[in-house]
Design a protein around this ligand. Structure first.
Ligand SMILES: Cc1cc2nc3c(=O)[nH]c(=O)nc-3n(C[C@H](O)[C@H](O)[C@H](O)COP(=O)(O)O)c2cc1C
Length: 193
């Protein structure tokens, strides 16, 4: 696939199966992520690879964090929701967590550091696509949960930008390429009103 084909071929797959990216492919995916545009080269991104038993272990972190959120809100945990938190990382054989870490800079505001981390996440998705893997970028409540941030070794001021589910498509389940349209996306300038 050439680069433009990869851009359009990247589609989200909710369920991915083994094989996960090989160690060599994962290295390529991580290096592609680290090649993201990055103002002042602050490297404001961090990557956490969850696979094998770490997926189950981190599922317990997510379930406990759900309990704590309920406790903080004064609500009773719902068993089915707790179970979903515990098992949801199993929707792929490997999950790559992309975080943005605040770097001190007089020149590069936090928004730009977040943007660099998001670009890293997208680079990882595109590299995975180019290597023949499926991917899906997810976030959700755990991304904003202080206990989950702490479990990843992040400061509370940092941000979890993406949970990238990576793996192989099930037989016959490779999604068709994206076919975006530009309706409503172009702002004429000077404005016409
Ligand atoms: C920052 C971000 C967070 C997202 N979080 C979720 C999520 O938690 N759950 C979900 O179903 N889709 C989420 N998505 C959207 C999917 O990744 C996907 O892009 C969308 O479903 C469109 O499908 P496509 O990627 O095949 O075009 C998120 C996308 C972004 C950029």
């Amino acid at each position: 696939m050439d680069a433009l084909e990869v851009l359009f071929a990247r589609r989200s797959s909710g369920r991915l199966v083994a094989p996960a990216p090989t160690p060599a492919d994962l290295q390529t995916i991580l290096r592609a992520a680290a090649a993201a545009p990055d103002h002042e080269r602050l490297r404001p991104f961090r990557f956490t690879v969850l696979s094998g038993s770490a997926l189950e272990a981190f599922g317990e972190v997510l379930a406990d964090a759900y309990d704590a959120r309920c406790g903080a809100a004064g609500t009773e945990p719902v068993a089915a929701k707790r179970d979903k938190e515990r098992t949801k990382l199993g929707r792929a054989p490997l999950v790559l967590v992309v975080s943005a870490v605040r770097r001190p800079s007089a020149k590069v505001p936090w928004d730009e550091q977040l943007a660099a981390a998001a670009a890293a996440a997208q680079n990882a998705c595109l590299a995975a696509t180019a290597l023949g893997y499926g991917s899906m970028w997810r976030t959700g409540d755990p991304s904003y949960d202080p206990n989950v941030k702490a479990a990843l070794g992040l400061d509370q001021a940092d941000s979890i930008v993406a949970w990238l589910y990576l793996g192989s498509h099930r037989d016959g389940m490779t999604p068709p390429p994206n076919d975006p349209n530009l309706d409503g996306l172009l702002l004429p300038w000077p404005p016409t009103d």
